[in-house]
Design a protein. Structure first.
Lengths: 414, 414
């Protein structure tokens, strides 16, 4: 029943307070009963800490967009932060570029890139592996170095490349004349066995035509450079985007906000929304919880992102998802020990192991704060969906709940 | 979750019938588990009649605005009557003036007033008590009499004052030339320790500037009159408003509608929506139920408002709230005995005792009519939230439910 945007009213009602809010996103947390266990990973996992928290928390389940819609990580996170997940779009290019710590300037156009494997058939490039067998990160670095040294600019537009993990990279096109546009189609056909798509302008703006032309020239050069490489003999580009104009989270909600995430994409989303980032000593839960503890006094809102639940779900690996949940459970009490006024534990979407992909199912949601009913025997999908006091609700209301329970909202009218 | 406005469709679908509908609003009914009982007042109260009704009623919980939003009484009631609680606004001035039985004419501007205590610091008036220690109603009357005799008009605009209970009063500015505007800011800073605000025009209309000027002159004169009074040495004004244009309840729903309320504010809201008012023999539940009985044949829809649940919640007095609920429970069977086709018992918002203020929590909702599931052991928050057959839903749908169960809605299309 997602309909209106709560943000406008919240912006009017927020009031400062010294309460602390923590949002833990266990990526892809939600799941469905899976044979042969006929349980979800969250039901199957031994989670004494999550379960003890359920005794004193409010439970419910969230729908990121609306019933039946499977969200990407962008809309999934936007909704949790109170942004309209359909009307507001953060494209892949900018998420990756920012997440990889590239500096993006106004007028730049960013792209998400994949090294890939293609075969020529009748003059067409057919994608045989979109990820080039997930080449080692080290090889990725070498290839990007080579491409960067051979392609510095095209038609006066600077080409900036940066390696990511495995097959991933990000690209920025920077025009000193600011004559570029992000209205360019993807070249990634999203399926193996299909031909690479031609970058085409998506509107009548001459800048879009020009940008498409530059991308075409770039790809032709890359193909020459990589022709004899194996398996990474080409690249796919998608998610062209400039710097989006999105209301800034800290300003809208009057919250000093810190993102504690290890993956580029989630770091990118958080940066676009205006979150600060802290320096992680280690790229794991231990490092994340340590940063949370150290930054406790300097921020009001903490977004802690944990990726491994989703990764296991995407791999269809039930027991790996169980382990990922159990691993988080071990660190939960370190978070609880900080005594946040509101602690929410949920996911950005479901990733059912039987799908090996994101799903549309509601995501279990637990909110710990004063003044809830609580009394639940455990934290899992079944209990959240069937007996949660918060019901099943659109994820976009997460922020109004967190603000309300942390006493950061004034009364609405007399 | 609040979504769209059902009123337009309802208006199209309503059909006459001779069914009787009763809406009982136990103001501020909803609450949360409260130490040391770890129960809500509704759970703690001995309510044999409410509980027996739960066996044959549908239960659920309503959200007046949307998750996390704490509504004032205005939006809380508007939603119950099927009006959009954000888009439709009834301001404080007109609610109070009508509730105090003042006659309001088109072109008038009404204000809600408080006697208050101020101190002068460096030429500024600092509010030290917004309610002047809730002065006795008798003193209020005397002061209003004095002010009224000394200020009859300002710049040709008539000043009409009326005493309320304790520190409250209402004011009407009436200009024979109809040259006034209600786009004037409040002078009440809403917090003690802050300076009184200057009445300022909220738009470019010259009438707004003129009205602000008249209010300024009025306040200067009042200050002269009250300077040596203790503790009521000044007044605060808020909620400037003309007669609002709001769809009339009896016309929209084709219901002859009677309001049975004792407090000015709720009587005011009901009048603005077009409810009739009956004459109460006594300002208590006995008087209210008596009027309900006597008016039974002449009306279709009865709105019965009970204030004491909210009052106890605002005082943070758990046991007083328990008693207020038990007091209502005693009269419940007198209402049931009239055999209404639909009887709804709910609140306009929560007023958790631990907050001593309105809250955002969903409000328990009970609907007695033919064709429900029922079978609940009691009527309280936990049972309504966790097991209610109506789920948790926006309060704006109360009217469509009441109309549907009373067979006053046609089928929607073929």
């Amino acid at each position: 029943m997602l309909v209106e945007e709560p943000m406008e009213l919240l912006r009017e009602l927020v009031q400062p307070n010294d309460t602390k809010l923590v949002l833990v996103v266990l990526d892809g947390l939600g799941d469905v009963p899976t044979p042969p266990w006929n349980e979800t990973p969250l039901e199957h996992a031994k989670t004494p800490n999550l379960d003890s928290l359920a005794k004193v928390s409010a439970l419910g389940a969230i729908e990121p967009v609306f019933k039946g819609i499977t969200p990407g990580s962008g809309p999934g996170h936007l909704a949790l932060f109170g942004y309209h997940p359909i009307k507001i779009e953060i494209k892949r290019g900018i998420m990756e570029a920012l997440g990889m710590d590239m500096e993006v300037k106004p007028g730049d156009v960013t792209f998400r890139g994949n090294f890939s494997t293609v075969e020529e058939h009748n003059g067409k490039l057919i994608v045989t592996d979109r990820r080039a067998g997930r080449i080692p990160t080290e090889l990725n670095r070498k290839l990007i170095e080579r491409i960067s040294s051979e392609i510095k600019e095209i038609d006066g537009v600077k080409v900036i490349l940066k390696s990511g993990i495995e097959h991933r990279f990000a690209m920025i096109l920077r025009d000193p004349q600011k004559g570029l546009s992000d209205q360019i189609s993807d070249t990634d056909p999203q399926k193996e066995g299909k031909p690479v798509l031609d970058p085409t302008p998506l509107d009548d703006n001459p800048a879009s035509k020009r940008t498409a032309e530059i991308v075409r020239k770039f790809l032709a050069k890359v193909r020459e450079i990589l022709r004899d490489e194996k398996p990474a003999n080409y690249v796919l580009l998608r998610g062209a985007s400039g710097v989006p104009h999105i209301p800034q989270f800290p300003e809208v909600y009057k919250l000093r906000a810190l993102a504690i995430a290890t993956y580029p994409m989630y770091r990118g989303i958080a940066k676009i929304l205006g979150f600060d980032e802290g320096k992680l000593e280690s790229q794991d839960l231990e490092g994340q919880v340590k940063l949370l503890r150290e930054a406790w006094r300097d921020y009001d809102f903490f977004f802690l992102h944990y990726k491994y639940t989703d990764k296991a779900g995407e791999d269809g690996n039930f027991l790996a998802k169980v382990r990922a949940i159990e691993e988080f459970d071990k660190y939960l009490m370190d978070i609880v020990a900080l005594d946040p006024d509101v602690l929410v534990i949920t996911g950005d979407h479901s990733t059912p192991c039987i799908y090996k992909a994101h799903g549309f199912q509601p995501v279990p949601y637990m909110l710990k704060a004063n003044g809830v009913f609580g009394g639940y025997p455990a934290f899992n999908e079944r209990i959240c969906l069937l007996t949660g006091e918060l019901g099943i609700f659109p994820a976009i209301y997460n922020m109004s709940l967190m603000l309300a329970y942390s006493k950061r909202l004034k009364k609405f009218r007399a």
